[in-house]
Design a protein around this ligand. Structure first.
Ligand code: NDP
Length: 293
């Protein structure tokens, strides 16, 4: 069984980013990413801090914009309009979820699609469906695809079963995997909470992707011998022995499933590491496209 770790693959993505950053800087350009945080949810704060840290470490221009949970719809849309108009900013990410009084779809629609490095604007999702290379793919699905490519796992003609149909992960990954590029050309099945007899479907997978949000939901019965398993799930479970009182587990019961697999991603240290790497990659591309460099 091969363990597909995220870190070395993310490092390869960062190495590409550094090379392309040097080329952009030589042409007088600096990629800029703005991350907007509304409220003070601890998990969102931690995500935003790690994105900001990575930008600074790579040498990007980084703007962290913190707004109170009570911000009005108009004020938030105005903030986004300012970022859309700011030539030093090439990528805009609004950290989700937003407080209940704000409409997340409206906020995503307000972001200039050319700066939507999170890949959630309908224009970018449409471009992904159309296989238009100027589109930005959402970071977690493109991170999964990159892991398969870098690990030398053939996807062409193979049966990929994705469990989960969110736009952020499952549905977008299905679109990428059924495309025609590298790490694609797969036959894709998407399962969800209304799927009947899930184990009989997932056992058909050459490559099984779990994006469910339920700790250790995928067990040995769901996986055929020799499958490749990509675990997108990040779930907190109580663990009194851990320093913070909890630990992170995936949607896959790793100990039960790993012995059956050809290859599997761990949690933590698997897909999660790739998401920020692909965000940085998208920000570089946004800068390249905006400047023509
Ligand atoms: P959502 O809650 O938006 O979607 C979960 C999906 O799982 C839904 O489509 C749902 O089906 C399906 N599902 C739920 N229960 C079952 C079940 N019993 N059987 C089959 N399908 C089921 O979650 P996300 O897609 O946003 O995230 C999924 C997981 O990935 C979470 O653990 C999240 O933390 C993690 N994640 C990790 C990231 C990373 O960087 N690694 C980034 C984003 C998410 P239905 O549509 O019918 O309700």
């Amino acid at each position: 069984m091969k363990l597909i770790e995220g870190k070395p693959i993310a490092e390869a993505v960062y190495a590409e980013c550094r090379t392309e950053l040097a080329q952009l800087q030589a042409a007088g350009h600096l990629p800029g990413l703005a991350v907007v945080l509304v409220g003070d949810d601890p998990a969102s704060k931690a995500y935003v801090a790690s994105k900001d840290d990575k930008c600074r470490e790579l040498g990007f221009h980084s703007l962290k914009i913190e707004r109170p949970a009570g911000i009005s719809r108009g004020e938030l849309l105005e903030t986004i309009a300012e970022l859309n108009a700011d030539p030093a900013i090439h990528g805009i990410l609004v950290q989700m979820p937003l407080p209940g009084h704000l409409d997340e779809d409206e906020v995503i629609l307000a972001i200039d699609p050319a700066k939507d490095v999170d890949g959630l604007h309908p224009i970018n999702l449409g471009k992904i469906a159309m296989e238009d290379p100027t589109g930005f793919a959402p970071c977690t699905p493109s991170g999964c695809q990159r892991m398969l490519v870098e690990s030398g796992i053939e996807t062409a003609g193979r049966h990929v079963v994705v469990v989960g149909r969110s736009l952020l992960v499952g549905k977008s990954l299905a679109l990428l995997m059924m495309g025609k590029g590298p790490g694609a050309n797969a036959t894709v099945t998407v399962a969800h909470s209304r799927t009947r007899d899930l184990p009989s479907i997932t056992r058909q997978a050459d490559i099984l992707v779990a994006a469910i949000g339920r700790p250790r939901f995928i067990g040995a019965d769901h996986v055929r011998d020799g499958a490749v398993v990509i675990d997108v799930g990040i779930n907190r479970i109580d663990d009194p022995s851990a320093r913070r009182g909890y630990r992170l587990v995936g949607d896959v019961d790793f100990d039960a499933v790993a012995p059956k697999c050809d290859a599997i991603t761990p949690v933590p240290g698997g897909v999660g590491v790739m998401t920020i790497a692909m965000l940085m990659r998208n920000t570089i591309r946004a800068c390249q496209m905006a400047t023509g460099a």
